[in-house]
Design a protein around this ligand. Sequence first.
Ligand SMILES: [Zn+2]
Length: 204
Amino acid sequence: MPNRICFREPWNDAIRASKLLSEAVSEHLAGNVSKASELFAKANIESIWGWWNSIAWPKSPYVKYRVVDTAPPSLSLENRIPIRMPNSDMIRKVHERDGHCCRFCWMPVIRKEIRERISKAYPDIVTFGKTNRSRHRAFLAMWAQYDHILPHSRWGDNSFENIVLTCSACNFGRMNYTLEEVWLSDPRAKPPIKSDWNWLENFK
Ligand SMILES: [Zn+2]
């Protein structure tokens, strides 16, 4: 099997939802709260759940694993680099470099801080509880992640070179496997895509 760029293509409904979210933010900024509420609700498309789970669940049929003899071993917790997550300065640089889309599948993504701001303004519609099931489908699929190319548990560090911006399905789907173990090509080998997705950064 040749390497792939991602486990599964972004779901059309998720892309459609990203457009609805942009429209919702525009209506919100124009002071049309009821229209914005309607659009945020409309973007919560149920079919995104099945697509997301098909990749993110531990036994995904789309994530094919192989044993790679030369792959670095899994490290016990005490042997890993102590800080797993990049700091806010690094996160900002990763976003600047990678644009606003997943480096694997090109799904538009949304920063956690922006989602939290929107959730606060529309708490009954933009839900993001403790379980994935309870989360607004579009915000779940478009949840920005900072993915270690060489996984943290395999001695991956927080260097700028080792971290890429991804969507949650690509990040959760790969778990602690190296790219080679799950037949993925290195997304750093090609430049990030240019997109007009505004990441909902203008939400206030
Ligand atoms: Zn992705």
